[in-house]
Design a protein. Structure first.
Ligand SMILES: [Zn+2]
Length: 222
């Protein structure tokens, strides 16, 4: 593991994704976005149009327009740079007051399939959910939702209908969690939403399991 970590550092050494400055000695949150470039990462509290499946939806970045957020999310998801989540958490802090207004009982990150979790080593949605949980002081239930089928990533599918088909029936509410969600307001958390097919499908499963309301927070909207 140490060897692989070192190899990663050689292939993808820590540097600011914006100004390219080398940052190996910086604290985690500043390693992939230096202190100066953090000023350029500006979140905006916005609502996504996912009614009626989701009662209220929020996001902070336009995936394509906010290039820095996209770079950090890309490093997190595809280069397995877990520290990029710490940089994104700094951005979330800037919207702390709005995030604090989210009124829910518990937080459910969109789960990864165990196979993908093993490949990546962490669930990026869980890392984002942890930061939200810290701000709103609500519990994060990593095991509330499970992915029972392994499917190809939604981003590889362009057509909206095919995305819906690809994600249909993929999730289940884990049995011990039923009692937890019944009558509750659950906040779904994901990294990026495009058509919303994934979080809408998660919302359907949660409501079928008795959730009274489902809200969503995604870091970016594509
Ligand atoms: Zn920089």
């Amino acid at each position: 593991m140490g060897f692989i970590k070192n190899l990663e550092q050689v292939l993808f050494p820590p540097h600011c994704l914006s100004c390219k400055k080398d940052t190996p000695e910086e604290p985690a949150a500043m390693r992939w976005l230096c202190l100066e470039c953090h000023q350029l990462l500006i979140p905006r509290w916005q609502k996504s149009p996912y009614k009626p499946e989701i009662d209220e939806s929020y996001y902070l970045f336009d995936y394509k327009k906010d290039g820095l957020a996209k770079k950090l999310l890309h490093a997190l998801k595809y280069n397995f740079v877990k520290e990029a989540a710490a940089s994104l958490a700094v951005a979330m802090e800037k919207e702390r007051l709005n995030i604090k207004k989210i009124n829910c009982d518990l937080i459910a990150p969109v789960p990864l399939h165990p196979k993908r979790l093993r490949e990546r080593g962490f669930n990026q949605s869980y890392l984002i959910a942890q930061k939200i949980g810290e701000i709103i002081e609500k519990p994060v239930g990593e095991d509330i939702l499970k992915r029972k089928h392994y499917r190809q990533p939604q981003m590889k599918i362009k057509n909206r209908n095919n995305r819906e088909k690809n994600i249909k029936g993929v999730f289940e509410c884990a049995k011990p969690s039923f009692a937890h969600v019944a009558g509750k307001t659950v906040l779904l958390v994901d990294d990026v939403a495009t058509t919303g097919a994934t979080i809408k499908e998660c919302a359907r499963v949660l409501k079928n399991s008795g959730a009274a309301k489902v809200l969503s927070f995604t870091l970016a909207q594509d």
